[in-house]
Design a protein around this ligand. Sequence first.
Ligand code: R1P
Ligand code: CYT
Length: 282
Amino acid sequence: MTDQYAQATAAAEYIRSRAALAPTLGIILGSGLGNFASMVEQATTISYADIPHFPQSTVQGHSGKLVLGTIAGIGVAVMQGRVHAYEGYSMEQVTFPTRVLSLLGVRRLIVTNAAGGINPRYGQGAIVAISDHINLTGTNAALGLNEPRFAAIPGAGQRFFDMSAAYSPTLRKLAITEAARQGWMLNEGVYIAVLGPSYETPAEIRAFRTLGADLVGMSTVHEVIVARHMGLEVLGLSVVTNMAAGVLDEPIHHEEVMEIGRRIEGQFTRLLAAIIPQIAAA
Ligand code: R1P
Ligand code: CYT
C-alpha cells in the first residue's frame, strides 16, 4: 500500500511552492461546471499533471487544473475537474486531491456535481443542495489503514467517524437563504452514488427512488467521506443535468450533461459567489 499521507504532503509542498496564498475554502467543480474557476482573482493555475502523485482527469468536462487565489478576499483552492473510480482509480487516488486540499489549509469544502434527477419535482437545469447521500458504489473512501495525521481539527482522523450531518445543515441553510434572496428556490435532496460509467437503468432508478434518493451520480460521496474523516465542513451542490433514466423517455448523453452545466453557469456562479464570503464567516 502507498503512503498516502507522505504523497499528499509532497503534493501540498509542491503547490505551496507555486502559490503563496493559503486557501481555507476548497471547491470541487463537477462535469461542465469548470468555468466557475474564472471567478478566482490573483489566480495561480497548476495542472494536475505537474503536481506530484496527483491523479489525472480523463473525463471530458474535467480540465484537470487546480486554481488557487481569492474570491471576495477569501483564499480558495478550486479544482477544475475531479477523478472518478470508474476511470480505474483506487479509492486512495480518488480521495487524494481532497486530502491535499486539507493539508493546504482548507477547512470548508464545496463539492459540486452533475447529477441525474430522480425526484420528478426537479427540472433539467435545477440546482439542488445535497442533504445526505447513499453510497452504493460498493466501496468506501476511507478504506485501508487509518491515518490519524489527516485530522484537520482536534478529534478528527478516527478509524470510525460520524456521517450523520455530513452535509453541514448550517452551510446548506445559508445557500438556501441566499438562493431565495436571488429569487429562486434551492431544493434539498439525497444523492445516491453508483460506480458508473454506465448510466443507470430505468429499473435501477425506480429502485433508487424507493430507497429515498432524489439525485444520482458517480462522484462526490468519496470526497465527502474523507472530508468528514478529516473534520472538514461540507456543502454539496448538484446540477440536475438530465432527468434520470426512465423518468423521461430519453437517452442520456454526457454531451448533454456538459451542455446543461454550461447553461446554468450564470445562476450557479451567482449563488457560489454570494455564499463564499458567508461560508467563510459562518
Ligand atoms: C456522467 O455524465 C458524468 O457526470 C457526472 C457523473 O458523476 C459522471 O462522471 O460527473 P460529476 O459527478 O463529476 O460532476
Ligand atoms: N446523470 C448524470 N446519471 C445521470 O443520469 N450526470 C450522472 C449520472
